[in-house]
Design a binder for this molecule. Structure first.
Ligand code: S3P
Length: 430
Protein backbone atom coordinates (compact mmCIF):
# COMPACT_ATOMS: atom_id res chain seq x y z
CA UNK A 1 0.00 0.00 0.00
CA UNK A 2 1.53 3.31 -1.06
CA UNK A 3 0.60 6.58 0.63
CA UNK A 4 1.02 9.83 -1.17
CA UNK A 5 0.73 13.38 0.13
CA UNK A 6 -0.83 15.52 -2.57
CA UNK A 7 0.02 19.17 -2.10
CA UNK A 8 0.57 21.23 -5.21
CA UNK A 9 -0.20 24.77 -3.93
CA UNK A 10 -2.98 25.52 -6.41
CA UNK A 11 -1.01 25.49 -9.66
CA UNK A 12 -2.20 26.11 -13.20
CA UNK A 13 -1.86 23.36 -15.80
CA UNK A 14 -0.22 24.35 -19.05
CA UNK A 15 1.37 22.41 -21.88
CA UNK A 16 1.06 19.48 -24.24
CA UNK A 17 1.24 15.77 -23.47
CA UNK A 18 0.45 12.45 -25.15
CA UNK A 19 -1.36 10.03 -22.88
CA UNK A 20 -0.49 6.30 -22.94
CA UNK A 21 -2.16 3.88 -25.35
CA UNK A 22 -5.81 2.93 -25.06
CA UNK A 23 -6.46 0.16 -22.55
CA UNK A 24 -9.36 -1.47 -24.42
CA UNK A 25 -7.47 -1.47 -27.72
CA UNK A 26 -4.21 -2.73 -26.14
CA UNK A 27 -6.00 -5.74 -24.61
CA UNK A 28 -7.69 -6.62 -27.87
CA UNK A 29 -4.49 -6.24 -29.93
CA UNK A 30 -2.73 -8.82 -27.73
CA UNK A 31 -5.70 -11.19 -27.78
CA UNK A 32 -6.35 -11.06 -31.52
CA UNK A 33 -2.63 -11.10 -32.35
CA UNK A 34 -2.35 -14.29 -30.28
CA UNK A 35 -5.30 -15.91 -32.09
CA UNK A 36 -3.94 -14.95 -35.54
CA UNK A 37 -1.29 -16.87 -37.41
CA UNK A 38 1.82 -14.78 -38.06
CA UNK A 39 3.61 -11.79 -36.60
CA UNK A 40 1.66 -8.90 -35.06
CA UNK A 41 3.48 -5.76 -33.96
CA UNK A 42 1.70 -3.42 -31.56
CA UNK A 43 3.00 0.12 -31.08
CA UNK A 44 2.01 2.60 -28.35
CA UNK A 45 0.81 -0.38 -26.32
CA UNK A 46 -0.39 0.49 -22.80
CA UNK A 47 2.11 -1.19 -20.48
CA UNK A 48 -0.30 -0.84 -17.54
CA UNK A 49 -0.83 -3.72 -15.16
CA UNK A 50 -4.18 -4.76 -16.69
CA UNK A 51 -2.79 -5.21 -20.19
CA UNK A 52 0.27 -7.01 -18.83
CA UNK A 53 -2.15 -9.56 -17.34
CA UNK A 54 -3.48 -10.19 -20.85
CA UNK A 55 0.05 -10.71 -22.21
CA UNK A 56 0.85 -13.17 -19.39
CA UNK A 57 -2.34 -15.16 -20.07
CA UNK A 58 -1.41 -15.77 -23.71
CA UNK A 59 2.23 -16.50 -22.86
CA UNK A 60 0.87 -19.19 -20.53
CA UNK A 61 -0.90 -20.65 -23.58
CA UNK A 62 2.38 -20.90 -25.50
CA UNK A 63 2.29 -17.70 -27.57
CA UNK A 64 5.66 -15.96 -28.11
CA UNK A 65 5.13 -12.37 -26.94
CA UNK A 66 8.02 -9.95 -26.49
CA UNK A 67 7.61 -6.44 -25.08
CA UNK A 68 10.01 -3.55 -25.04
CA UNK A 69 8.34 -0.58 -23.34
CA UNK A 70 5.31 0.26 -25.51
CA UNK A 71 6.18 -2.03 -28.42
CA UNK A 72 4.88 -5.59 -28.39
CA UNK A 73 5.73 -8.29 -30.92
CA UNK A 74 3.57 -11.41 -31.05
CA UNK A 75 4.50 -14.47 -33.07
CA UNK A 76 1.69 -16.97 -33.04
CA UNK A 77 0.93 -20.18 -34.89
CA UNK A 78 -2.77 -19.37 -34.60
CA UNK A 79 -5.58 -20.46 -32.34
CA UNK A 80 -5.17 -24.16 -33.22
CA UNK A 81 -1.70 -24.17 -31.69
CA UNK A 82 -2.54 -22.62 -28.30
CA UNK A 83 -1.68 -25.01 -25.47
CA UNK A 84 -3.33 -25.87 -22.16
CA UNK A 85 -1.71 -23.75 -19.41
CA UNK A 86 -0.10 -25.68 -16.57
CA UNK A 87 -0.87 -23.14 -13.90
CA UNK A 88 -3.96 -21.11 -13.00
CA UNK A 89 -4.19 -17.82 -14.91
CA UNK A 90 -3.91 -14.67 -12.79
CA UNK A 91 -6.10 -11.87 -14.17
CA UNK A 92 -4.99 -9.32 -11.56
CA UNK A 93 -7.44 -6.40 -11.43
CA UNK A 94 -8.54 -6.67 -15.05
CA UNK A 95 -12.24 -7.10 -15.83
CA UNK A 96 -11.56 -6.78 -19.55
CA UNK A 97 -9.05 -9.63 -19.50
CA UNK A 98 -11.51 -11.75 -17.51
CA UNK A 99 -14.60 -11.26 -19.68
CA UNK A 100 -12.93 -11.37 -23.10
CA UNK A 101 -10.60 -14.21 -22.19
CA UNK A 102 -13.52 -16.32 -20.91
CA UNK A 103 -15.06 -15.97 -24.38
CA UNK A 104 -11.88 -17.27 -26.02
CA UNK A 105 -11.21 -20.07 -23.52
CA UNK A 106 -14.78 -21.32 -23.94
CA UNK A 107 -13.89 -22.31 -27.51
CA UNK A 108 -10.60 -24.12 -26.75
CA UNK A 109 -10.53 -27.87 -26.00
CA UNK A 110 -8.76 -27.50 -22.65
CA UNK A 111 -9.26 -26.92 -18.96
CA UNK A 112 -8.43 -23.54 -17.40
CA UNK A 113 -8.48 -22.08 -13.91
CA UNK A 114 -8.80 -18.31 -13.57
CA UNK A 115 -8.43 -16.05 -10.56
CA UNK A 116 -7.97 -12.35 -9.85
CA UNK A 117 -7.32 -9.87 -7.06
CA UNK A 118 -9.79 -9.01 -4.28
CA UNK A 119 -11.67 -6.45 -6.38
CA UNK A 120 -12.00 -8.63 -9.48
CA UNK A 121 -13.11 -11.57 -7.33
CA UNK A 122 -16.17 -9.55 -6.32
CA UNK A 123 -17.18 -8.55 -9.88
CA UNK A 124 -19.98 -10.49 -11.59
CA UNK A 125 -18.84 -13.08 -14.12
CA UNK A 126 -22.25 -14.75 -14.61
CA UNK A 127 -23.09 -12.06 -17.17
CA UNK A 128 -20.48 -13.64 -19.48
CA UNK A 129 -20.46 -17.21 -18.13
CA UNK A 130 -24.21 -17.66 -18.78
CA UNK A 131 -24.17 -17.04 -22.56
CA UNK A 132 -20.98 -19.09 -22.85
CA UNK A 133 -22.67 -21.98 -21.03
CA UNK A 134 -25.54 -21.66 -23.48
CA UNK A 135 -22.99 -22.03 -26.29
CA UNK A 136 -21.68 -25.26 -24.74
CA UNK A 137 -18.80 -24.33 -22.42
CA UNK A 138 -18.65 -25.86 -18.94
CA UNK A 139 -17.88 -23.07 -16.48
CA UNK A 140 -17.95 -23.22 -12.71
CA UNK A 141 -16.85 -20.85 -10.00
CA UNK A 142 -17.38 -19.50 -6.53
CA UNK A 143 -20.87 -18.47 -5.39
CA UNK A 144 -22.73 -20.92 -7.64
CA UNK A 145 -20.58 -20.26 -10.67
CA UNK A 146 -20.94 -16.48 -10.50
CA UNK A 147 -17.55 -15.30 -9.26
CA UNK A 148 -13.82 -15.91 -9.64
CA UNK A 149 -11.96 -18.16 -9.11
CA UNK A 150 -13.53 -20.02 -12.01
CA UNK A 151 -12.78 -23.11 -14.02
CA UNK A 152 -13.52 -23.47 -17.70
CA UNK A 153 -13.73 -26.62 -19.76
CA UNK A 154 -13.94 -25.31 -23.29
CA UNK A 155 -14.47 -27.07 -26.59
CA UNK A 156 -16.97 -27.30 -29.37
CA UNK A 157 -19.38 -24.35 -29.24
CA UNK A 158 -22.64 -23.66 -30.99
CA UNK A 159 -23.64 -20.18 -32.11
CA UNK A 160 -26.25 -18.10 -30.29
CA UNK A 161 -28.41 -15.03 -30.77
CA UNK A 162 -27.67 -13.01 -27.66
CA UNK A 163 -29.36 -9.92 -26.28
CA UNK A 164 -27.13 -8.71 -23.41
CA UNK A 165 -29.19 -7.80 -20.34
CA UNK A 166 -26.50 -5.24 -19.35
CA UNK A 167 -24.81 -2.42 -21.27
CA UNK A 168 -21.33 -3.89 -21.56
CA UNK A 169 -18.70 -3.96 -24.29
CA UNK A 170 -16.88 -6.66 -22.38
CA UNK A 171 -19.89 -8.98 -22.53
CA UNK A 172 -20.57 -8.19 -26.20
CA UNK A 173 -16.88 -8.86 -26.95
CA UNK A 174 -16.66 -12.09 -24.93
CA UNK A 175 -19.66 -13.55 -26.80
CA UNK A 176 -18.33 -12.38 -30.18
CA UNK A 177 -14.97 -14.05 -29.47
CA UNK A 178 -16.71 -17.29 -28.51
CA UNK A 179 -18.74 -16.82 -31.73
CA UNK A 180 -15.49 -16.59 -33.69
CA UNK A 181 -14.56 -20.07 -32.44
CA UNK A 182 -18.10 -21.55 -32.70
CA UNK A 183 -19.92 -23.30 -35.54
CA UNK A 184 -22.32 -21.05 -37.48
CA UNK A 185 -23.22 -17.38 -37.06
CA UNK A 186 -23.44 -15.67 -33.66
CA UNK A 187 -25.44 -12.49 -33.21
CA UNK A 188 -25.21 -9.92 -30.42
CA UNK A 189 -27.99 -7.37 -30.31
CA UNK A 190 -27.44 -4.49 -27.89
CA UNK A 191 -30.05 -2.06 -26.61
CA UNK A 192 -27.53 0.77 -26.38
CA UNK A 193 -24.34 0.77 -28.42
CA UNK A 194 -21.18 0.20 -26.40
CA UNK A 195 -17.56 0.67 -27.48
CA UNK A 196 -16.91 -1.14 -30.76
CA UNK A 197 -13.15 -1.78 -30.74
CA UNK A 198 -13.68 -5.56 -30.93
CA UNK A 199 -15.76 -5.24 -34.08
CA UNK A 200 -13.30 -2.82 -35.74
CA UNK A 201 -10.20 -4.78 -34.86
CA UNK A 202 -11.60 -8.25 -35.63
CA UNK A 203 -12.43 -6.91 -39.10
CA UNK A 204 -8.81 -5.75 -39.51
CA UNK A 205 -7.63 -9.24 -38.47
CA UNK A 206 -9.81 -10.80 -41.23
CA UNK A 207 -12.85 -12.02 -39.27
CA UNK A 208 -16.20 -12.27 -41.05
CA UNK A 209 -18.05 -9.73 -38.90
CA UNK A 210 -20.89 -7.37 -39.82
CA UNK A 211 -22.30 -4.44 -37.89
CA UNK A 212 -25.81 -3.15 -38.50
CA UNK A 213 -26.72 -0.43 -35.99
CA UNK A 214 -26.58 -2.10 -32.58
CA UNK A 215 -26.54 -5.65 -34.02
CA UNK A 216 -23.27 -7.47 -34.65
CA UNK A 217 -22.98 -10.80 -36.52
CA UNK A 218 -19.88 -12.95 -36.64
CA UNK A 219 -19.33 -16.12 -38.70
CA UNK A 220 -17.45 -18.75 -36.72
CA UNK A 221 -14.36 -20.69 -37.77
CA UNK A 222 -12.87 -17.93 -39.96
CA UNK A 223 -9.10 -17.94 -39.28
CA UNK A 224 -7.55 -14.61 -38.31
CA UNK A 225 -4.45 -13.27 -40.06
CA UNK A 226 -1.89 -11.11 -38.26
CA UNK A 227 -2.17 -7.33 -38.48
CA UNK A 228 -0.03 -4.51 -37.06
CA UNK A 229 -1.79 -2.21 -34.62
CA UNK A 230 -0.89 1.35 -33.63
CA UNK A 231 -2.78 2.06 -30.43
CA UNK A 232 -4.29 5.56 -30.10
CA UNK A 233 -3.92 7.51 -26.84
CA UNK A 234 -6.55 6.56 -24.27
CA UNK A 235 -9.34 9.16 -24.05
CA UNK A 236 -10.26 7.70 -20.64
CA UNK A 237 -6.77 8.66 -19.39
CA UNK A 238 -6.86 12.01 -21.22
CA UNK A 239 -10.17 12.76 -19.48
CA UNK A 240 -8.40 13.46 -16.16
CA UNK A 241 -6.31 16.24 -17.68
CA UNK A 242 -9.14 17.54 -19.89
CA UNK A 243 -11.28 18.04 -16.78
CA UNK A 244 -8.32 19.42 -14.80
CA UNK A 245 -7.73 22.07 -17.49
CA UNK A 246 -11.43 22.96 -17.50
CA UNK A 247 -11.71 23.49 -13.73
CA UNK A 248 -8.34 24.98 -12.75
CA UNK A 249 -8.39 28.71 -13.43
CA UNK A 250 -5.78 29.89 -15.92
CA UNK A 251 -5.11 26.42 -17.37
CA UNK A 252 -4.67 25.39 -20.99
CA UNK A 253 -3.79 21.81 -21.90
CA UNK A 254 -3.44 20.02 -25.22
CA UNK A 255 -3.48 16.23 -25.44
CA UNK A 256 -2.11 14.81 -28.67
CA UNK A 257 -3.05 11.69 -30.62
CA UNK A 258 -6.06 10.73 -28.54
CA UNK A 259 -8.47 8.07 -29.78
CA UNK A 260 -11.72 9.70 -30.92
CA UNK A 261 -13.81 6.61 -31.64
CA UNK A 262 -17.39 7.96 -31.33
CA UNK A 263 -18.31 5.20 -28.86
CA UNK A 264 -15.74 6.72 -26.47
CA UNK A 265 -15.99 10.50 -26.87
CA UNK A 266 -18.84 11.22 -24.47
CA UNK A 267 -16.42 13.19 -22.27
CA UNK A 268 -16.00 15.75 -25.07
CA UNK A 269 -19.80 16.06 -25.33
CA UNK A 270 -20.14 16.46 -21.55
CA UNK A 271 -17.43 19.14 -21.40
CA UNK A 272 -19.17 20.97 -24.26
CA UNK A 273 -22.60 20.64 -22.59
CA UNK A 274 -21.15 22.13 -19.43
CA UNK A 275 -19.68 25.09 -21.28
CA UNK A 276 -15.99 24.14 -21.32
CA UNK A 277 -13.75 25.67 -23.96
CA UNK A 278 -12.72 22.56 -25.87
CA UNK A 279 -11.39 22.12 -29.37
CA UNK A 280 -10.53 19.01 -31.40
CA UNK A 281 -7.94 19.40 -34.18
CA UNK A 282 -5.63 17.41 -36.48
CA UNK A 283 -8.00 14.46 -36.83
CA UNK A 284 -6.94 11.47 -38.90
CA UNK A 285 -7.64 7.73 -39.08
CA UNK A 286 -5.02 5.19 -37.98
CA UNK A 287 -5.76 1.47 -38.19
CA UNK A 288 -9.50 2.08 -38.49
CA UNK A 289 -9.69 4.35 -35.42
CA UNK A 290 -10.09 8.15 -35.54
CA UNK A 291 -7.47 10.09 -33.56
CA UNK A 292 -6.78 13.78 -32.99
CA UNK A 293 -5.60 16.47 -30.58
CA UNK A 294 -7.84 17.91 -27.87
CA UNK A 295 -7.27 21.32 -26.31
CA UNK A 296 -9.13 22.57 -23.21
CA UNK A 297 -8.94 26.04 -21.67
CA UNK A 298 -10.36 26.84 -18.23
CA UNK A 299 -13.75 28.57 -18.24
CA UNK A 300 -16.97 29.09 -16.26
CA UNK A 301 -19.02 25.88 -16.17
CA UNK A 302 -22.74 25.16 -16.07
CA UNK A 303 -24.45 22.01 -14.78
CA UNK A 304 -25.96 19.27 -16.97
CA UNK A 305 -28.28 16.29 -16.89
CA UNK A 306 -26.31 13.32 -18.14
CA UNK A 307 -28.39 10.23 -18.99
CA UNK A 308 -29.41 7.65 -21.58
CA UNK A 309 -27.40 6.81 -24.69
CA UNK A 310 -24.33 8.81 -23.62
CA UNK A 311 -23.71 6.69 -20.49
CA UNK A 312 -21.77 3.80 -22.13
CA UNK A 313 -19.71 6.48 -23.95
CA UNK A 314 -18.54 7.95 -20.59
CA UNK A 315 -18.79 4.95 -18.32
CA UNK A 316 -15.14 5.11 -17.21
CA UNK A 317 -15.16 8.92 -17.01
CA UNK A 318 -17.97 9.35 -14.50
CA UNK A 319 -15.68 9.70 -11.44
CA UNK A 320 -13.85 12.63 -13.03
CA UNK A 321 -17.13 14.06 -14.39
CA UNK A 322 -18.44 14.07 -10.80
CA UNK A 323 -15.44 16.20 -9.81
CA UNK A 324 -16.11 18.45 -12.82
CA UNK A 325 -19.70 18.90 -11.62
CA UNK A 326 -18.50 20.12 -8.20
CA UNK A 327 -17.03 23.12 -10.05
CA UNK A 328 -20.15 23.97 -12.09
CA UNK A 329 -22.71 26.40 -10.66
CA UNK A 330 -25.98 24.46 -10.09
CA UNK A 331 -27.25 20.86 -10.03
CA UNK A 332 -25.71 18.17 -12.22
CA UNK A 333 -27.63 14.89 -12.42
CA UNK A 334 -26.14 11.60 -13.65
CA UNK A 335 -28.69 8.81 -14.32
CA UNK A 336 -28.88 5.39 -16.05
CA UNK A 337 -25.37 4.54 -14.84
CA UNK A 338 -26.20 1.51 -12.65
CA UNK A 339 -23.23 -0.29 -14.27
CA UNK A 340 -20.97 1.90 -12.09
CA UNK A 341 -21.82 -0.41 -9.21
CA UNK A 342 -19.89 -3.26 -10.92
CA UNK A 343 -16.60 -1.55 -11.71
CA UNK A 344 -13.24 -1.87 -9.89
CA UNK A 345 -15.18 -0.46 -6.94
CA UNK A 346 -18.87 0.41 -6.64
CA UNK A 347 -18.10 3.77 -8.24
CA UNK A 348 -21.31 5.43 -7.07
CA UNK A 349 -20.32 4.69 -3.50
CA UNK A 350 -16.59 5.36 -3.84
CA UNK A 351 -17.08 8.66 -5.72
CA UNK A 352 -19.75 9.92 -3.30
CA UNK A 353 -17.74 8.90 -0.20
CA UNK A 354 -14.55 10.49 -1.51
CA UNK A 355 -15.97 13.76 -2.79
CA UNK A 356 -18.11 14.18 0.34
CA UNK A 357 -14.94 13.83 2.42
CA UNK A 358 -13.37 16.63 0.37
CA UNK A 359 -16.32 18.98 0.95
CA UNK A 360 -18.48 18.37 -2.14
CA UNK A 361 -22.28 18.37 -1.98
CA UNK A 362 -23.05 15.08 -3.67
CA UNK A 363 -25.73 12.41 -3.18
CA UNK A 364 -25.68 8.90 -4.58
CA UNK A 365 -28.78 7.47 -6.25
CA UNK A 366 -29.63 3.93 -7.36
CA UNK A 367 -28.24 4.55 -10.87
CA UNK A 368 -26.05 7.62 -10.55
CA UNK A 369 -25.54 10.76 -8.49
CA UNK A 370 -26.60 14.36 -8.00
CA UNK A 371 -23.95 17.03 -7.51
CA UNK A 372 -24.62 20.56 -6.26
CA UNK A 373 -21.90 22.99 -7.33
CA UNK A 374 -19.99 25.09 -7.15
CA UNK A 375 -18.11 24.06 -4.01
CA UNK A 376 -14.72 25.01 -2.67
CA UNK A 377 -13.17 21.62 -1.82
CA UNK A 378 -10.86 21.09 1.14
CA UNK A 379 -8.10 18.66 2.13
CA UNK A 380 -8.47 15.36 3.93
CA UNK A 381 -7.45 11.73 4.17
CA UNK A 382 -8.67 9.69 1.20
CA UNK A 383 -8.33 6.21 -0.21
CA UNK A 384 -8.39 5.04 -3.82
CA UNK A 385 -10.00 1.83 -2.52
CA UNK A 386 -7.65 0.13 -5.00
CA UNK A 387 -9.49 1.76 -7.93
CA UNK A 388 -7.14 3.53 -10.38
CA UNK A 389 -9.78 5.99 -11.58
CA UNK A 390 -10.71 7.01 -8.03
CA UNK A 391 -6.99 7.55 -7.31
CA UNK A 392 -6.59 9.84 -10.34
CA UNK A 393 -9.79 11.75 -9.53
CA UNK A 394 -8.40 12.48 -6.05
CA UNK A 395 -5.09 13.66 -7.50
CA UNK A 396 -6.90 16.09 -9.83
CA UNK A 397 -9.11 17.31 -6.94
CA UNK A 398 -5.97 18.13 -4.95
CA UNK A 399 -4.91 20.65 -7.62
CA UNK A 400 -7.92 22.81 -6.73
CA UNK A 401 -7.07 23.32 -3.09
CA UNK A 402 -4.40 24.87 -0.95
CA UNK A 403 -4.48 22.22 1.76
CA UNK A 404 -3.02 18.76 1.36
CA UNK A 405 -4.81 15.53 0.57
CA UNK A 406 -3.44 12.26 1.84
CA UNK A 407 -4.08 9.53 -0.73
CA UNK A 408 -3.87 5.93 0.42
CA UNK A 409 -3.05 3.30 -2.21
CA UNK A 410 -1.92 5.56 -5.04
CA UNK A 411 -0.01 2.66 -6.60
CA UNK A 412 -3.15 1.23 -8.22
CA UNK A 413 -3.03 4.13 -10.72
CA UNK A 414 -0.48 1.97 -12.61
CA UNK A 415 -3.36 -0.28 -13.66
CA UNK A 416 -4.17 2.10 -16.52
CA UNK A 417 -1.78 5.08 -16.34
CA UNK A 418 1.70 4.18 -15.01
CA UNK A 419 3.22 7.61 -15.72
CA UNK A 420 0.24 9.68 -14.51
CA UNK A 421 2.18 11.66 -11.88
CA UNK A 422 5.06 12.28 -14.28
CA UNK A 423 2.60 13.81 -16.78
CA UNK A 424 0.94 15.81 -14.05
CA UNK A 425 4.30 17.32 -13.03
CA UNK A 426 5.04 18.18 -16.68
CA UNK A 427 1.86 20.25 -16.85
CA UNK A 428 2.14 22.04 -13.50
CA UNK A 429 3.11 25.72 -13.84
CA UNK A 430 2.87 28.61 -11.41
C1 S3P B 1 -14.22 -2.09 -21.48
C2 S3P B 1 -15.57 -1.95 -21.30
C3 S3P B 1 -16.16 -1.28 -20.15
C4 S3P B 1 -15.17 -0.37 -19.44
C5 S3P B 1 -13.84 -1.05 -19.23
C6 S3P B 1 -13.24 -1.50 -20.55
C7 S3P B 1 -13.72 -2.83 -22.65
O1 S3P B 1 -16.61 -2.25 -19.21
O2 S3P B 1 -15.69 0.05 -18.21
O3 S3P B 1 -12.93 -0.17 -18.61
O4 S3P B 1 -12.51 -2.76 -22.95
O5 S3P B 1 -14.53 -3.49 -23.32
P1 S3P B 1 -18.07 -2.93 -19.31
O6 S3P B 1 -18.13 -3.73 -20.53
O7 S3P B 1 -18.19 -3.78 -18.06
O8 S3P B 1 -19.05 -1.78 -19.29
Amino acid sequence: MSHQILSFGQPQLKGTISVPGDKSISHRAVMFGSLAKGKTTITNFLAGEDCLSTIAAFQAMGVAIEREEDRVVIESNGVEELVEPIEPINLGNSGTTARLLLGILAGLPYHFTLYGDGSLSKRPMDRIANPLREMGAVIDGRDNGRLLPMSVRGGKLKSIDFKPPVKSAQIKSGVLLAGLLAEGETTVQEKTKTRDHTENMLKAFGADIKVDGTTVRIKGKTPLHSCDIEVPGDISSAAFFLVAAAIIPGSEVMIENVGLNPTRTGIIDVLQMMGAAIEVTETKVIGGELIGNIRVTASELRPATIEGEIIPRIIDEIPIIALLATQAEGETVIKDAEELRFKETDRIESVVTTLTKLGARITGTEDGMIVHGKTALHGGVTDSFGDHRIGMMIAIASLLIDEKIELHDAACIAVSYPNFFEHLHTLITR
